[in-house]
Design a protein around this ligand. Structure first.
Ligand code: DLL
Length: 437
């Protein structure tokens, strides 16, 4: 069994909770003093940082939500002087404004530690060659995995995503024993290898660290069989840091939360009440060791459950179950987070179409997500004039591409042909069965 930091990953629960409390108090204080949004919120509730005296007192602290990031865009959540910020990452927000996270040098060091624990948790060591196919850039996947691999002393191959044939050549030529990417992209790599006449089993990859989107147990079995490797589930999100928040160990039975860095709670998404261990609800994280953004009780919208039962690997860190869904309508399409409202905003602003649309997602036998948008043209558009329709289609395509970074298939349909609903319109038809329901 390999650990990157045995003293932290296997510390007694008592010692861990004492450390959490010390860090929580420091963080609440930091948030109150340095982030006006938190100070106003605390003052409104009559809550003072010194009201937090035990871990259970965390329940007194108000939640933070994605909209707060939008309102504080871009840097309003930062608690340190801007000169201390050494990196910024971002992902899509609900309304098109990105959600921004900032990092001090110490934050990057801690991120590297969390990702080194993640890779080590699946048996990686410094003799491994780590092929990083998560996207590099504002997305946290690429640089997060990179940082962890570097920290563990592995040979890092910073390929980023795309150009699948080249990925396969590089994996073979460079002898990559570990791959980090989204599960759907790994399936695409496997499929492409097979199409090229290469048996994926002959590739040197022995371990895969997969996350950033939902995947099922069945997908894990498929990947492990086809690639003859171990596939580990890894969890994280931009607001919290990026990947490295929780990771599977070699037991592959739930994801260990790096609890010296994050306090995790499971709440009832309707009432906000903290639920007992084992119950399914929304995961809420407090970043107790971050410097740039002291994020308190962040509602992830991700559904899971929590256990503190001892794990066969010896780690004492609590585990969350493989994710079971989301409480909001965020879609993850080819690894990109998309809110239907972002699509709607584009549609209502393009002339010649009606805001009557359907978003259809499937995998259609392929491993990649297909996104189709069906939209009604306005009655005053001549539906039999192909040139007019083509122009409209192109316009929609390019506007959608700049808004969500994806190239959906656009199907223009005649006015009044999409199904109407008496209640909530059913805009999204997702046939992908992502969480294996
Ligand atoms: O996806 C960070 C990440 C990069 C995680 C690489 C793992 C690996 P965001 O783009 O902000 O950050 O998206 C976060 O993705 O709230 C979940 O809904 C979903 N997600 C992330 N990991 C998993 C997973 C990165 N293992 C959102 N299973 C989260 C299911 C996941 N969903």
């Amino acid at each position: 069994m390999k650990y990157f930091n045995y003293n932290r990953e296997c510390m007694s629960r008592d010692a861990l909770e004492a450390l959490q409390l010390e860090r929580l108090k420091r963080q609440v204080n930091n948030a109150y003093i340095n982030v006006p949004m938190y100070r106003e919120r605390f003052d409104k509730l009559g809550l003072r940082p010194d009201d937090i005296n035990c871990l259970a007192d965390l329940a007194k602290v108000p939640f933070t939500v994605k909209d707060d990031f939008r309102e504080q865009y871009p840097y309003g959540m930062f608690a340190v002087p801007f000169s201390d910020i050494v990196r910024v990452h971002a992902s899509s927000g609900t309304t098109g404004k990105p959600v921004v996270n900032g990092y001090t040098a110490k934050d990057l060091e801690n991120w590297g530690e969390c990702m080194a624990r993640t890779l080590c948790g699946g048996g990686t060591d410094s003799s491994d060659v780590v092929h990083v196919s998560y996207g590099y850039g504002l997305f946290t996947g690429g640089l997060g995995a990179h940082e962890g691999s570097h920290r563990l002393g592995c040979t890092t191959i910073p390929v980023s995503s795309g150009n699948t044939k080249r990925q396969i050549t590089l994996i073979r030529d460079f002898g990559s024993t570990v791959i980090c990417c989204t599960p759907s992209y790994l399936l695409q790599i496997i499929e492409t290898a097979a199409q090229l006449g290469i048996d994926p089993k002959t590739l040197p990859v022995k371990r895969a660290f997969l996350g950033a989107e939902p995947w099922t147990k069945a997908m894990r079995e498929d990947i492990e069989k086809k690639l003859d490797c171990k596939a580990y589930d890894i969890y994280g999100m931009t607001e919290l840091m990026g990947p490295g928040v929780a990771f599977e160990c070699e037991e592959q039975n739930g994801l260990h939360v790096n609890e010296d860095m994050f306090i995790v709670e499971i709440i009832d998404p309707e009432t906000g009440e903290v639920l007992p261990e084992g119950e399914k609800g929304e995961a809420v994280f407090t970043c107790i060791n971050s410097r740039a953004i002291p994020l308190l009780r962040y509602r992830t919208r991700d559904i899971t459950s929590l256990t503190r039962e001892a794990c066969g690997c010896g780690r004492t860190l609590a585990r969350i179950k493989r994710l079971m869904g989301r409480t909001d309508d965020m879609l993850i399409i080819r690894g990109v987070n998309v809110f239907p409202t972002q699509i709607e905003t584009v549609l209502v602003n393009v002339e010649g179409i009606e805001p009557q649309y359907q978003i259809i997602l499937d995998r259609d036998g392929s491993v990649l997500d297909n996104l189709e948008i069906r939209v009604e043209v306005s009655s005053d558009i001549p539906f039999d004039e192909i040139k007019v329709l083509e122009r409209l289609q192109k316009k929609l395509q390019s506007e959608l591409h700049s808004a969500i970074g994806l190239n959906p298939k656009i199907k223009l349909v005649e006015p009044f042909t999409l199904e109407r609903s008496a209640g909530k319109a059913k805009r999204v038809i997702d046939r992908r069965d992502l969480y294996g329901k």
